[in-house]
Design a protein around this ligand. Sequence first.
Ligand SMILES: [Zn+2]
Ligand SMILES: [Zn+2]
Length: 457
Amino acid sequence: MWDFVAVISFLAFIIAIIGTVVTAIKRRAFWKKWLAAAGVALVLFIVGAVNAPPSDNIQPPQTQTVAEGQEESTDITSKSNNNPSEQSLSSEAAGNEKVAQQATSGQLKAHFLDVGQGDSILIQFPNGQTMLIDAGSSEVGGYVISYLKKQGINKINYLVATHPHADHIGGMAAVVQTLAVERVYMPRVSHTTKSFENLLETIKAKGLKINKAEAGVSIINQDGIKASFIAPCGSGYDGLNNYSAVVRIQYGSTALLLTGDAESVSEQEMIASGANLKADVLKVGHHGSKSSTTQAFLSSVSPKYAVISCGAGNSYGHPHQEILDRLKEAGVQTYRTDAQGTVIITSDGKTLTIKTLGSTNKTRAPDNNTKSSTDTKSNTTDTKSNTNTNSNNNKTVSSEPPAAEPPADSAYIGNKNTKKFHSPTCSTLPAEKNRVYFQSKDEAAAAGYVPCKRCDP
Ligand SMILES: [Zn+2]
Ligand SMILES: [Zn+2]
């Protein structure tokens, strides 16, 4: 309505100006009336233009148009395309929209990385934030970094070290060194291994402080995402595994429960705490060991899907058949990183889709060929740390035996059962009793052994 008033009064203003000029030239007495009419029309036009809805066609007149009435029409067309403040404003708004759209893809993605025997879980939140829970052993630190970079990730908003065992935090120092990290969470328990001390030093050197991971601590509660710690509920546990930080992530009506290496003691405490344990996806505790995933806990979580993160042919016998049977009986669809490679679960807040990348031996760099120098460094310190733990007789001894150390003089390690031979740094080395050592590939081949596909010796 106001734009109509503006147009009409603008036309009236033009006519009145022309009338004023014409009558003034002809020296008629009533030219002042024309001028008054022009003034009224101008006022009406300004009122109309100010109240009119913003549009490209109508622009408020500039003051100089009063003096230069004859140039008004050209003036107005040029101005309609020349409103820099409004133009930049709208392009800025469009830019913001684009950024927001990139961040809110509306999907939460959980990647259970194929790191051999160990855990590493990457969560990409719909708001663009990221969480990394564990980073595998020191041998796979480089692989974890390259996987994250391949997803375009240079910053980890939330870094969680579930517990100080090397198969969870071994690769983390390299990750902290290479990528930007915002917040670090760890349970309050220490371990006297070099790999753990190395991680603490790296965190300190980066100027990061460690936030305590314990039951009840909220990590995220925004944009429809909730993430919090469900465990550890207590302290004074015999082994490190029950100190595991357990994370529950809720997005829309879907939820994930990521339990680290939490064992039955912690599982019982989680049930007793009354916390909501229900989840569509359960990251099975302790690589599918029978130390975890008690029937009571499984019933409380009642997952549709389970993910077991373990190395093919690992010396612990993970996952234990008992647990696989229990999951099957409960109707849980189970995925294994040793058999299917990296498992990616995507949630749109309602439904889940699951993708596996396949157990390709080239998914990650061969262990004996790690490119990152920091990784090689932590690798050597880690080997030392194993000896350390053994001789220290530490109070917090793990129930999980440290990875066996290959004798220095042997170049390759064979598995008597599978007749495969590995490089000494392979993450899937056989148990001590099943090992046979070779000085060369030829020697291994002569004995009827074939190279491991994972480490490609
Ligand atoms: Zn573990
Ligand atoms: Zn552990």
